[in-house]
Write a protein that binds this ligand. Structure first.
Ligand SMILES: [Zn+2]
Length: 409
């Protein structure tokens, strides 16, 4: 998860300074705007060190100092505010089975431009990469000439090998061992190697950093799309498992000899609560599944079929509550539109199947970032190298001209 750390330990003074610079930038990035006094408190460094770090962030074009907006504390001079500058940006890609969103996102999680498009029906990785690049061109079209691209983050609804962005399995795209990071990198030329993340993991990351899970150390983000996955944070850290593949909660065995799942097994949880199950319950034709959110908005009272989906949702959540004792469960994707309709059924199933002690501690809620959790998570992932070492990352990205590279490609 995001390193909300205090001043760290490096091997020498220069390492310490660069690490502290990244930590300071991380605080400004997560807050958007923060007083220098607060930054001093959070980092546990003295005021002159903080002033030096802020001045360096300014000279790197990453932050600005501004007149204080907050209330005065004590009798001293009010502390100066530090706020993000929009110059450094990332490209965030939210690839879903039924749609594609690309955004240019600045520090502070500010969406500067966005474009959406369909996903090629055959789900061919090269064709999807083409569509991604077309949308990237749209969002960088009017970017300031001095702005710097510092990373590309891509969310994929599948199991990702994080070292090299190999998609081990994306059952609902029909992908197995697809080197999607490499395919996109080949297409966008000089631009930084894209980093890939699992959609639910990225939803959890973003909700933890700036959504419904700020300050929450035990959180589950449930991504309810065509497939269902969970991003799980335990004691403030992402739950990875041995190979980084943890969280595939949609494939929890749920109904003996149930419906065939895209993963090859029968009766997985997602066959009962995923988009196709919701669509079936409200009579949304399968070819219109990309518009399921709009269909759900037109539903004002839950049908018996929809209430059954709600019960299945609650029963599965009870398993997660019993296993992980989360403080917050965030329902993303189509579950965002479903939950208000079937809240009682979800609660009833939780009451029956979840143990009292962990159930009393859990809040089931909608995303703080609306429909943007996963997109914002992809942006967070892309910002990580900059936040780890601002000087190093800016040096590495200094000689690229993104727009030219994208358009020439
Ligand atoms: Zn399955």
């Amino acid at each position: 998860m995001a390193s909300a750390g205090r001043a760290g330990v490096g091997t020498n003074q220069e390492d310490v300074r660069r690490h502290n610079l990244g930590t300071a930038l991380g605080h400004v990035h997560r807050a958007g705007r923060i007083s220098r006094a607060e930054l001093t408190t959070r980092m546990g460094l003295n005021r002159s060190t903080i002033a030096g770090l802020v001045a360096e962030l300014e000279s790197l074009g990453l932050a600005d100092q501004a007149k204080p907006s907050g209330t005065r504390v004590g009798a001293g001079r009010p502390s100066v505010d530090v706020k993000v500058r929009p110059g450094a940006y990332v490209l965030a890609v939210d690839l879903r089975v039924d749609g594609l969103t690309v955004a240019r996102v600045g520090l502070g999680g500010v969406v500067q431009a966005r474009a959406t498009g369909p996903v090629p029906a055959n789900h061919d990785p090269h064709a999807i990469s083409e569509s991604v690049v077309e949308l990237m061109k749209l969002v960088v079209k009017d970017v300031e000439s001095r702005a710097v691209l510092v990373g590309v983050g891509v969310s994929v609804p599948g199991v990702i090998r994080s070292e090299d962005g190999l998609v081990r399995l994306a059952p609902n795209l029909g992908w197995r061992d697809v080197p999607f990071a490499r395919i996109v990198a080949d297409r966008i030329g000089t631009v930084a190697m894209p980093v890939l993340g699992n959609d639910a993991d990225l939803g959890a990351l973003a909700e933890h950093v700036r959504g419904a899970g700020v300050g929450v150390e035990d959180l589950i983000y449930l991504s309810g799309e065509v497939g269902v996955g969970a991003g799980i944070i335990v004691a403030g850290r992402k739950l990875d498992g041995a190979g980084g593949y943890a969280g595939e909660i949609g494939h929890l065995p749920f109904v003996p000899n149930g419906k065939l799942c895209h993963c090859g097994a029968r009766g997985c949880w997602e066959t009962e609560i995923g988009a196709p199950a919701i669509a079936l319950a409200i009579g949304c034709p399968s070819e219109r599944i990309g518009a399921l959110g709009e269909f759900l908005e037109g539903v004002h009272e839950a049908t018996p079929g929809l209430r059954t989906v709600g019960t299945h949702l609650g029963r599965g959540l009870a398993g997660a509550v019993n296993l992980l004792n989360p403080r917050v469960i965030v329902l993303g994707g189509y579950l965002r539109s479903l939950y208000p309709l079937v809240r009682d059924d979800v609660e009833n199933a939780l009451a029956i199947h979840a143990l009292t002690a962990p159930r009393e501690q859990v809040l089931v809620t909608l995303p703080g970032l609306g429909g943007d959790s996963v997109l914002q998570g992809a942006a967070e992932l892309a910002f990580e190298p900059l936040l780890a070492d601002p000087v190093g990352r800016l040096a590495a990205t200094a000689c690229q001209d993104v727009e030219t590279s994208l358009i020439a490609g």
